[in-house]
Design a binder for this molecule. Structure first.
Ligand code: UDX
Length: 467
């Protein structure tokens, strides 16, 4: 099939590349001239494992091309994917400006029946708006061309996007016409050879499915983070509880890992967009509000523990920080808990030595310049360099090289062997035997309370957070 993908960001690029890999002829369009020039030269603008070789081979085979001109790309395509950004507006709702601008452009150029697919995450009712804008342009041109607008949300995880696309758990297709349904089923047939993964539904249901899926996952995490807080207060090890509840097949193990909060481009934005949708419809989104609040607060949890241990004036102290990306496998720092912790540490007078296997360039570009200029933040070349003479380590992102570090090397480098583990990567007992003072998330001992919330409790709390 001939396909046009509009928007060569994360979703558009992965979608276009994977469809080309399945033998389709794909034209990817983006307004960003530099990005398109780079892509045509085989330079990939994002870090995503496994993506580069697939782009390069499909470019070489002529199945994938990149252009800045939508009009030029609109020759002979049967399906147009809209994969442009829907950034949050001031009230948290998704801003549809780019989506509707693309729809208008499609309406200006459409010359025969086509399926227009909303791939971007968009609020319920957007397909109807897209259809209205396209129809408006067709009316202006006084032409009578049929088209269908379909919702086909993506469920890609950063760091595993190519695999997720090629071997999806499910392919959700929302459409209200038989002709569009047949075209979409045909397009995805190769991804469902061994078992049918297509979930067909109406357009509005598909739009809601995407938000509900992300909000459900965010809820699982936030629920577990709340339980971890209780575990800290009640001297319970949340890791045992996680194993105990995850083994119930009705609950399952995925997305119940407590930590220092979720980040990324999807969960925070989508939970907020769903809150906006509820409020616009005079509903109070009680659970969603709680999920949002729990996560915002969870990003403070490591700092609270640090203050409980060292006090609120951290001047003269240096902290090592492992992990800047919002999760392993990506260089993306959007909404990353690391940024919240960095700000808190630096505002309290501390210096930070940070290391991330992939996100160093992004950190250099996106973090405040004055942090570097005044020497408050140093980016290190190696994970152990970030421990040199530090008073404590904060582990924020669970990259594989951080999972089994050399504890002997660590303690020989650090001036104090104190570890704040924001992803529960280490065993508290092992850490104790290695001579570390260990602070996990919900690993017994709510030392956050020591810092003022409950003075009376502080007297009964031991100084070392190890059980
Ligand atoms: C998510 C969805 O998984 C994906 O389907 C959707 O298309 C986009 O949003 P992504 O943001 O790439 O994908 O990352 P994901 O692996 O889902 O993790 C999101 C965040 O949750 C990360 O910050 C991660 O650290 C955190 N997380 C995840 C937890 O804190 N605990 C968990 O148990 C799982």
């Amino acid at each position: 099939m001939n396909l046009t993908i509009i928007g060569s960001g994360y979703v558009g690029l992965v979608t276009g590349t994977c469809f080309a890999e399945m033998g389709n002829h794909v034209t990817c369009v983006d307004l960003d001239e530099k990005k398109i020039a780079d892509l045509n030269q085989g330079r990939i603008p994002i870090y995503e494992p496994g993506l580069e070789p697939v782009i390069l081979s499909n470019l070489a085979d002529g199945r994938l091309r990149f252009t800045t001109s939508l009009a030029e790309a609109m020759t002979d395509s049967q399906v147009y994917f809209i994969a442009v950004g829907t950034p949050p507006g001031e009230d948290g709702s998704a801003d549809l400006r780019h989506v509707l601008a693309v729809a208008r452009e499609i309406g200006r150029c459409l010359d025969k029946y086509a399926v227009i697919v909303d791939k971007s995450t968009v609020p319920v009712g957007t397909a109807e708006k897209v259809a209205a804008v396209i129809q408006d342009e067709l009316d202006k041109r006084s032409v009578d061309i049929a088209f269908d607008v379909v919702s086909n949300p993506e469920f890609l995880k950063e760091g595993a996007a190519v695999d997720d696309f090629m071997k999806p758990d499910r392919i959700v297709i929302g459409c209200n016409s038989d002709q569009a349904r047949d075209i979409m089923c045909n397009l995805y047939a190769d991804f469902c050879r061994n078992h049918n993964r297509m979930v067909m539904m109406g357009v509005r249901e598909a739009e809601m499915t995407k938000y509900a899926a992300n909000a459900m996952l965010a809820t699982k995490i936030s629920f577990m983070n709340e339980i971890a807080g209780l575990c800290d207060a009640l001297q319970v090890d949340v890791e045992k509880v996680r194993l105990g509840i995850g083994s119930d097949s009705r609950i399952g193990f995925p997305f119940i890992y407590p930590g220092c909060g979720y980040g990324g481009s999807c969960f925070p934005k989508d939970v907020n967009a769903l809150i906006s949708m509820a409020e616009e419809n005079d509903l109070e989104p009680m659970i969603l509000n709680a999920v949002h609040q729990r996560n915002a607060d969870q990003k403070n949890v490591l700092f609270r523990k640090i203050v409980a241990r060292f006090g609120s004036d951290l001047s003269g102290m240096t902290f090592g920080l492992w992990g800047l990306a919002f999760k392993p496998g990506t260089d993306d720092m959007r909404e990353a808990p690391s940024v919240v912790l960095l700000r808190q540490l630096i505002d309290s007078g501390a210096k930070v030595k940070a290391y991330d296997p992939e996100a160093m360039d992004v950190a250099m570009q996106e973090l405040p310049k004055d942090w570097f200029e005044k020497g408050a933040l140093v980016l290190c070349q190696h994970q152990y360099d970030a421990l040199d003479d530090v008073d404590a380590l904060a582990l924020v992102t669970e990259w594989k090289p951080f999972r089994h570090p050399d504890f002997k090397v660590m303690s020989s480098l650090m001036s104090q062997a104190v570890v704040f583990d924001g992803r529960n990567q280490y065993d508290p007992k092992e850490m104790k035997s290695e001579g570390f003072e260990y602070w996990g998330i919900g690993r017994c001992g709510d030392y956050s309370r020591v810092a003022g919330v409950s003075e009376s409790l502080s007297e009964s709390i031991p100084t070392v957070a190890i059980v």
